[in-house]
Design a protein around this ligand. Structure first.
Ligand SMILES: [Zn+2]
Length: 236
């Protein structure tokens, strides 16, 4: 059976209403079979453990079976240190693009501790903001028992298996990206119809601008595919 992995990026109490709205859209199609990437302290202004309603909501989703993973710490890089490529690709949010191992380890560790305290268990996997990892970040991640690490084109599991899983990405920050996202909403599921697994990567900021394209993509891509979480790729 062909599979679709829906992953929701940038979940944070700073955008709690949008996070809830997008989760309920996804759950209409995928039930609890999707992966949610939570930012432990979005832009250093959204530490999740300071928002009790958000924490309760996260724990409810976890109990329902939604997979909850760690998405960086601040989701904000030091853009002064970025190369031109880094600035273009990440819009200043490539938090782990240029970190040395010690700094990467400190940030991952802080986010890991915050999320583990809130959930009562460790986050399942790790995705760096904008899927961008420095060599030091790669090194630092070896210290943590994440079940998987997600890249732009693949997902690596702790047992060494690596799955190539193409992703349809939505992004709403610029008119050009919104146009591309509309294209992918229509064409993505067809383009990847032959693949065994593909990812639909949604972002909390996709709402409200891309609500209709997101609904269409969810509807068409889940019609003939089984919805899975990241962790299910290695279990099945
Ligand atoms: Zn992100």
């Amino acid at each position: 059976m062909k599979k679709i992995l829906v992953s929701l990026h940038d979940v944070t109490p700073v955008m709690f209403d949008r996070s809830k709205a997008l989760v309920s859209l996804i759950m209409q199609r995928a039930g609890a079979n999707f992966t949610m990437l939570v930012v432990p302290d979005f832009h250093n202004a959204g530490r999740i453990d300071r928002f009790p309603d958000f924490c309760s909501w996260l724990r409810e989703l976890d109990s329902a079976g939604v997979e909850i993973a760690q998405h960086g710490l601040y989701h904000l890089g030091d853009s002064g240190r970025f190369s031109l490529e880094g600035r273009l690709l990440t819009e200043g949010e490539g938090e782990f693009l240029q970190l040395a191992a010690a700094e990467a380890e400190a940030r991952i560790s802080e986010g890991y501790r915050i999320m583990s305290d809130v959930l009562g268990k460790p986050p399942s996997g790790f995705t760096a903001p904008a899927w961008m990892y420095s060599t030091g970040t790669r090194e630092a991640l070896k210290q943590f028992p994440f079940k998987w690490i997600e890249n732009r084109w693949s997902i690596e599991f702790s047992d060494g298996d690596r799955y190539t899983v193409p992703a349809v990405v939505f992004a709403s920050r610029t008119p050009w990206k919104r146009l591309c996202s509309r294209f992918w909403a229509a064409a993505g599921p067809a383009v990847f119809s032959g693949g065994r697994v593909f990812r639909l990567a949604l972002h909390v900021k996709d709402l409200p601008a891309l609500q209709k394209p997101v609904e269409r993509a969810l509807s068409s891509s889940t019609r003939h595919r089984t919805c899975v979480r990241c962790v299910d790729l290695v279990l099945n």
